[in-house]
Design a protein around this ligand. Structure first.
Ligand code: ADP
Ligand code: ADP
Length: 225
């Protein structure tokens, strides 16, 4: 089970324009937390900081009591640029993630499980395609399959469904709700879509920009899942 604590995060890319202003927040074990707020107010930046991908000098972020400065966080991520390896097929991209945790798993089994995850996101027909042969929505789904297959308790997702048609989007929303509830994974999820946020979230964090950077406010979403 994974919990996150964000303490006193002040952040600026250039030491002039402040992006984040003294952010304090906690993500509880197994919680589905959604970040919302206007474009450009620092949601992706904070998500990348939690993933250990954005260096910072003020404040701290702890995942299970360990600072992301010291310990590379163990998390499945879906970012907007998909970050698939272009020289590997969809299946091999997923196999690579699986292999990181299952170092001794035979290749045949890796291939089989990768195919199952890709089928789960409706890409069973495209496992041999390379990223360059896939549409935006297909790449997004491959990146989601890879993040899920990685098997970490913690999923960090930045508008993972933005490029999907409405039918696929609803299907994957249901899949992610089911996976996070059954497997008690902790999820931090960025979206612009209010309906999506309310459908998915246990709690929503609103980012509100100001001249000293964005501050955050938390709202509980009382839903029965
Ligand atoms: P959001 O996810 O809320 O849309 P971002 O975290 O992507 O916001 O961006 C916050 C601000 O930081 C924006 O003004 C953006 O232009 C700027 N920004 C994002 N990434 C970088 C970067 N690598 N270097 C400099 N500025 C950046
Ligand atoms: P998506 O909702 O996945 O973005 P699209 O409407 O972009 O779907 O594409 C529909 C179908 O067209 C895909 O499932 C895929 O089979 C095919 N397709 C789209 N773009 C490409 C591409 N660049 N290369 C190969 N096939 C593509």
């Amino acid at each position: 089970k994974t919990k996150i604590k964000v303490h006193n995060i002040d952040f600026s890319y250039d030491d002039k324009t402040k992006i984040l202003n003294n952010i304090q927040l906690e993500v509880k074990e197994g919680e589905f937390l959604v970040f919302m707020g206007p474009s450009g107010c620092g949601k992706s930046t904070l998500l990348r900081m939690i993933a250990g991908l954005e260096p910072f000098s003020h404040g701290d972020i702890e995942i299970n009591e360990k600072s992301v400065r010291q310990t590379h966080p163990d998390c499945g991520v879906v970012f907007q640029d998909y970050s698939l390896f272009p020289w590997l097929t969809a299946q091999s991209n997923v196999m690579l993630a699986l292999k990181q945790r299952n170092k001794k798993m035979p290749k045949k089994e890796l291939a089989h499980i990768a195919e199952q995850y890709l089928t789960l996101v409706n890409l069973g027909h495209a496992i041999k395609k390379y990223p360059g042969q896939m549409s935006g929505g297909m790449k997004q789904r491959a990146a989601i399959a890879r993040a899920l297959s990685f098997g970490s308790d913690l999923l960090l997702m930045d508008e993972p469904f933005g490029a999907l048609d409405p039918v696929t989007r609803i299907k994957l929303q249901d899949l992610i709700v089911q996976i996070s509830a059954e497997q008690k994974r902790t999820v931090v999820f960025v979206t612009h879509d209010v309906d999506e946020a309310i459908y998915l979230a246990d709690r929503i964090i609103i980012f509100a920009p100001g001249k000293n950077g964005a501050v955050t406010k938390s709202i509980e979403v009382p839903v029965q899942k």
